[in-house]
Design a protein around this ligand. Structure first.
Ligand SMILES: NC(=O)c1ccc[n+]([C@@H]2O[C@H](COP(=O)([O-])OP(=O)(O)OC[C@H]3O[C@@H](n4cnc5c(N)ncnc54)[C@H](O)[C@@H]3O)[C@@H](O)[C@H]2O)c1
Length: 262
């Protein structure tokens, strides 16, 4: 019996075949879920539609998560297509490129607001809509990164946004728990995606993880997808409000040794 047989999932944040959300969508589909897709801007449709259609998606909609009317509309579409939802995936982040380089202290008010609204508040808005379509309970999953709790050079305002996202996961888990809706996050190690390429110095981070994480291996969207199906399925039915690290063990270290220094 597949873990998500007969279940419906709505995935926000596929931009292309490298997206973490695509890894999660494929894993959910492989376990029997019917998956719908929401993408952020019209320009992405040409990439997202073929991917979504390859999984026989019935719902493929544009949705800027900062637009309340767009959110209202796509959750109405989801209700029409599926009736109810079992899983909602939030795999979205955005900050101005200039705020992902240099000194955090230079972050502008507007840049701060943009990053926090798109990358953290959007989970709250999504969860509010999802709650209405999860009358028998469900699972909401967000994507975060170590920059929420440790300083990652250049990650800057995105680290602050991820801290807000993780706190939101806990408050949402408290609010929605009595309705049987679980809310969790996966904190992934660096993965080469469109969003990651916007962070200055990303290539070095990537190389360092491969060489110095305890498992000496990089995380893939498939790895995140596999953890997501555990976290979103009944296998994790008493897990909520948590941040699960999928990072080859990087976050347990207090110092990192390069192979040449061993
Ligand atoms: N790649 C990594 O190294 C890494 C590591 C840890 C966590 N994450 C997180 O994973 C998530 C997915 O990122 P990714 O690395 O797959 O990159 P990605 O570029 O493939 O995905 C980011 C998505 O956010 C969407 N988005 C941005 N603004 C939006 C808006 N206003 N409305 C709707 N959608 C919007 C983009 O369209 C895109 O689909 C993000 O939350 C990111 O912070 C990434």
């Amino acid at each position: 019996m597949m873990l998500f047989a007969g279940k419906k999932a709505l995935v926000f944040g596929v931009a292309n075949k490298y997206s973490i959300a695509w890894g999660i969508a494929q894993a959910l589909h492989a376990e029997g879920a019917e998956v719908g897709f929401c993408y952020g801007i019209p320009e992405l449709e040409k990439r997202v539609r073929p991917l979504a259609e390859s999984l026989n998606a019935r719902l493929i909609e544009e949705c800027n998560v900062n637009d309340d009317a767009a959110l209202e509309r796509v959750f109405r579409c989801a209700e029409e297509a599926y009736g109810a939802l079992d899983v909602v995936v939030h795999s979205i982040a955005y900050a101005e490129r200039r705020d992902l380089d240099g000194r955090f202290v230079e972050t502008s008010r507007a840049g701060f607001n943009t990053a926090l609204e798109t990358s953290a508040y959007s989970l709250v808005a999504l969860a509010r809509h999802a709650e209405r379509l999860m009358p028998s309970g469900g699972s909401i999953l967000a994507m975060t990164a170590l920059g929420s709790v440790r300083v990652l050079p250049h990650y800057n305002v995105m680290g602050v946004a991820k801290a807000a996202l993780e706190a939101s996961v806990r408050y949402l888990a408290h609010d929605l728990g009595p309705r049987g809706i679980r809310v969790n996050a996966i904190s992934a190690g660096p993965i080469k995606t469109l969003a990651a390429s916007g962070v200055a110095g990303f290539r070095d981070t990537y190389r360092l993880h491969e060489q110095a994480s305890p498992l000496r291996t990089l995380v893939t969207p498939e790895d995140v997808g596999n953890t997501a199906i555990w976290l979103c399925s009944d296998l994790a039915r008493t897990v909520t409000g948590q941040v699960v690290y999928v990072d080859s063990g990087w976050s347990i270290m207090g110092a990192h040794t390069l192979p040449s220094e061993e």
